[in-house]
Design a protein around this ligand. Structure first.
Ligand SMILES: [Zn+2]
Ligand SMILES: [Zn+2]
Length: 517
């Protein structure tokens, strides 16, 4: 059984109207790993729905969190916004409602593209509507008990003046500490660092709970049944451990069924990859969804259980994961599945949102499209090559649309500067200036003659190259190099026979002849 079904079954046996929560603190560009969280939540949601449960998925945007520091990617003027709620800070580009919206909106779009069916809730609005008032009141009244719990769970001595609530200064807009013994529902007084002495109303969002209390307070408010979260929160003494006790003893609620998930790491061949983008940032959820179509990206998350880390190799991995998806898709439509394949078949089904095409879709390998987008002027040009090379036999409109999505993904991967340099090339329109030896020229002359009479397809081309290569003193390996040099001015390139077959025969034969003279 797929892990999402296992979890769903367990939850279904415990509650009738399950609610799944996930969320993010939108302090910067949202990492592709957060998509894993959203897709994990969505897969459990759809599994519960399939079991006939009235289930809901909510996505909590923690936009009432303070800006912790001026991050490197922010302009200097943002120094003045440190410790203000993200919802109250202006957006860096000027086009969004707030700082939080600036970062979360593209991510919400990425979730939509992955068909994550959730209700998005902004936490600052919850505070401002008074939804946390009851929890805040309890936190003040049971402050000592909360400190005892936190002492015990974290093993750290709490400061005697530990605040269960941080008022928002009405003068400077920053979070500050309360005067503890001034609390009388719904007000607490504070003396802010800016000099202002004021009174905060806990029913009006004039302050917030610290994270260790806020998280379990949300479980109580929504009566949350399940929540996927990063494994850092699940560490011993971490916020799940304290939340589990606090929700019962401070807020009179019940803890969630935890789905701690492992991180998505940027790794290639076992090596951690350096981030290289000019914005000094990560591969965001939105980037990820543009480098592979949603079903492929979802499959990448769904094929392993949440407790396994995922290496996201943006330099080399995009064609690999797409090929794996294609392989599983072919297996799904074949009669050759074994019991061992059951999990992957489920992962495939969920990655397609349980809407499976009637027959095996026409598949064009991602890596091939990476080559074609660099050879053709536009999508029409790509289609023409595919048509000529026999890829489009029996293609439906849906197939063409899927190929278009893949073409766009391949382009994003190349143009966004993610793909390794070795995937990039451009076919020289005129014969480039390359120095060739007499042996190399003789090889080219022989090859030109062979290609001239070959039926234009990758098999015949492959035979012609290996025959001409082995007959020549330059050998097969150099034969390939010479071909790349005269076509793309590099020593390596796309798989040669396929590459040549994708081009016009007259052009290729003409180039080889010209180079042989
Ligand atoms: Zn913006
Ligand atoms: Zn102030």
């Amino acid at each position: 059984m797929h892990w999402a079904d296992v979890i769903a079954k367990d939850i279904a046996s415990k509650c009738d109207k399950p609610l799944i929560a996930t969320g993010i603190s939108p302090s910067g560009e949202i990492h592709v790993g957060s998509l894993r969280e959203a897709i994990t939540g969505e897969s459990v949601r759809s599994a519960l729905e399939a079991l006939g449960k009235d289930v809901k998925l909510i996505y909590l945007v923690d936009d009432f969190d303070p800006l912790r520091k001026r991050y490197e990617f922010l302009p200097e003027e943002y120094e003045k916004y440190v410790n203000m709620p993200l919802s109250d800070i202006p957006c860096p580009c000027g086009k969004h409602k707030s700082y939080a919206h600036h970062y979360v909106e593209p991510f919400i779009n990425a979730m939509k593209a992955c068909d994550v069916r959730c209700e998005v809730i902004f936490v600052n609005e919850m505070y401002r509507k008074g939804m946390f008032a009851e929890s805040i009141d309890k936190a003040f009244k049971r402050r000592e008990k909360a400190m005892e719990i936190l002492n015990k769970v974290t093993g750290r001595e709490m400061k005697p003046d530990w605040a269960p609530f941080n008022p928002l200064c009405e003068k400077c807009g920053r979070f500050t500490d309360p005067i503890l013994d001034s609390y009388e529902y719904p007000y607490v007084e504070y003396q802010c660092k800016c000099g202002h002495h004021g009174k905060a109303d806990i029913t009006k969002g004039e302050g917030k709970l610290p994270w260790r209390l806020e998280w379990p307070a949300k479980w109580k408010i929504f009566n949350t049944s399940v929540e996927p979260f990063g494994k850092d929160h699940a560490a011993a003494g971490g916020s799940y451990d304290s939340g589990e006790v606090i929700v019962r003893e401070i807020f009179d609620g019940e803890p969630v069924y935890p789905i701690p998930y492992e991180f998505v790491q940027f790794k290639s061949k076992g090596q951690v990859m350096q981030m290289h983008k000019s914005k000094g940032s990560v591969v965001s959820g939105l980037d990820a969804i543009q480098m592979n179509p949603p079903e492929v990206l979802k499959y990448m998350f769904l094929r392993v259980n949440p407790y396994k880390s995922i290496d996201y190799d943006f330099k080399d991995g995009m064609p690999i994961i797409a090929d794996e998806f294609d392989r599983i898709e072919r297996l799904y439509f074949s009669d050759e599945q074994t019991e061992e394949d059951e999990n992957l078949m489920s992962a495939y089904r969920i990655s397609r949102n349980n809407v499976i095409p009637e027959k095996l879709p026409v598949q064009v390998p991602y890596g091939h499209l990476v080559n074609l987008v660099q050879m053709a002027d536009d999508f029409e040009g790509v289609l023409k090559i595919l048509e000529r090379t026999g890829y489009l036999e029996g293609a439906t409109e849906a197939d063409i649309a899927a190929i278009k999505r893949r073409v766009d993904s391949a382009k994003y991967w190349l143009d966004g500067g993610y793909a390794d340099e070795k995937y990039r090339f451009s076919v020289a329109k005129e014969m480039p200036a390359v120095e060739l030896s007499a042996d190399e020229k003789a090889f080219l002359a022989d090859l030109a003659a062979k290609l001239d009479v070959a039926e234009w397809g990758s098999d015949a081309i492959s035979t012609a190259i290996s025959e001409a290569g082995s007959a020549s003193p330059i050998g097969n390996k150099n034969a390939f190099k010479v071909m790349y040099r005269i076509l793309i001015q590099k020593e390596r390139g796309p798989r040669l026979a396929n590459f040549l077959a994708s081009m016009d025969k007259d052009f290729v034969v003409g180039r080889v002849k010209e180079a042989s003279c």
